[in-house]
Write a protein that binds this ligand. Structure first.
Ligand SMILES: NC(=O)c1ccc[n+]([C@@H]2O[C@H](COP(=O)([O-])OP(=O)(O)OC[C@H]3O[C@@H](n4cnc5c(N)ncnc54)[C@H](OP(=O)(O)O)[C@@H]3O)[C@@H](O)[C@H]2O)c1
Length: 382
């Protein structure tokens, strides 16, 4: 199968190089911006790919919703299979692309968009065929895992951990989506779409690590706890879907604490399979390119869908999940939800709440922040 590549950046270069060596796959033209087509394999218009009858698969690794969406539609309408590493595209337009792919009887796979090289969506979409999936999630953002690991293992400040992550190429020049939890949220949206056939687009909640300080790190460590940023999705007993991202504190012997540096830990819980956990490189040129090629090989073996064509956009209901939380607020402020214990240290209070719903917790913290208060919070893991 000949694979055309849209984008020749970090992942695109890796995909093109791997295609040249891959069994059963062939490297096709690579789309670059006009004026950058300085080698024979590069083209600068999408028509040179969609009108090329020798191209079987289009692999999009440019990023962003447009023009990626228009190019995806053009490729599918031209009868090409479509593979992408672009979570923003699938989170915004996945159901439309899945329906179009079905109409055109071609494949649409996006394993690299969630978990990088970790075959999370690949395995999840296979598991869905024979098992009922109860929950999905885990550590889905390598940048923030690297930062949390550095802060907690060396006492590094948030700013130094971020600058380190940027120097190592883990964090983007604009790291907002990573540190606010938005990147992990987009990934859990995709996992929910695969697992539950609903792409949650409303009611989503995300808290990142941008409020986590070196002082918070030393406080939680003095309690024998370790912080990780966890994406959670699942089906509640009332049938509604929940999907949120927030820091979670684990006892040191929890599996999450052994996930170091920029690694990911993706998991699902199947009614019959039980808990399945996958750990590996969640980003980077070669791990991500390997996932794109896995999807291309899957297509050559006849796989067509990761998100079912019947998948619809829907709402998340995060009132149906409850945890206990640790919250850091300025000393002297009353936390507006039930609190079991508070401890004061250096002008701040660390309070442990009773069981409160995820939606109530995020709402309470948003109100405190709107009043100008600095707040950090994390769920207390089971
Ligand atoms: N990097 C990772 O580790 C990783 C992991 C998982 C998923 N992903 C996803 O993979 C995608 C690509 O990431 P990346 O890190 O490879 O990004 P990147 O290094 O910025 O590469 C993107 C490439 O696409 C090109 N491009 C953008 N718009 C284009 C257009 N309209 N026509 C032609 N070329 C265009 C860019 O060209 P210019 O340089 O000229 O703008 C750039 O060369 C993103 O969706 C990202 O979320 C990345």
């Amino acid at each position: 199968m000949k694979v055309a590549v849209l984008g020749y950046g970090t992942v695109g270069f890796g995909v093109y190089e791997m295609l040249k060596q891959a069994e059963g796959l062939e490297a096709g033209p690579v789309l670059v911006r006009p004026g950058k087509d300085d080698e024979p394999f590069k083209v600068s218009s999408i028509e040179q790919i969609t009108e090329d009858a020798s191209v079987d698969v289009v692999a999009e690794v440019m990023g962003g919703v447009e023009p990626a969406f228009s190019y995806a539609c053009a490729a599918l309408k031209a009868g090409k299979h479509f593979v992408t590493s672009n979570k923003a595209l699938v989170a915004a337009k996945g159901p439309e692309l899945a329906k179009l792919a079905k109409d055109k009887q071609v494949g649409f796979l996006f394993s690299a968009a969630c978990g990088g090289g970790v075959p999370f969506l690949h395995n999840l979409s296979l598991a869905v065929q024979s098992d009922e999936i109860l929950s999905v999630g885990g550590i889905l953002n390598g940048t923030t895992n690297y930062m949390l690991d550095q802060m907690q293992s060396t006492g590094m400040s948030y700013a130094d951990a971020l600058s380190d992550a940027q120097k190592l190429g883990y964090a983007e020049a604009d790291p907002t989506a990573d540190v606010t939890g938005l990147d992990a949220l987009r990934k859990i949206m995709l996992a929910c779409a695969v697992a539950f056939n609903v792409l949650p687009v409303d009611g989503l909640l995300h808290e990142g690590i941008d409020s986590f300080s070196a002082a918070d790190s030393s406080y939680i460590q003095s309690k024998g706890l370790t912080c990780r940023l966890i994406a959670s999705g699942g089906k509640a007993e009332n049938g509604s879907i929940y999907a949120f991202v927030e820091p979670v504190l684990f006892e040191r012997d929890a599996a999450e604490c052994s996930v170091l540096k920029n690694f990911n830990m993706a998991k699902y819980n199947g009614k019959n399979s039980g808990r399945i956990v996958m750990i590996g490189q969640g980003a980077g040129r070669w791990p991500t390119a390997s996932a794109v090629l896995r999807d291309c090989s899957d297509i050559s073996c006849g796989r067509r869908f990761m998100m079912k064509p019947s998948c619809e956009a829907g709402s998340a209901d995060n009132a149906c999940c409850a945890h206990r939380y640790l919250v850091r607020i300025p000393a002297g402020i009353a936390f507006p939800l039930p609190v079991e214990a508070c401890e004061e240290a250096d002008g701040v209070s660390y309070c442990r709440t009773g069981e409160v719903s995820v939606s109530a917790m995020h709402e309470a913290v948003n109100k405190l922040r709107a009043d100008g208060n600095s707040v950090f919070f994390a769920a207390i893991g089971e």
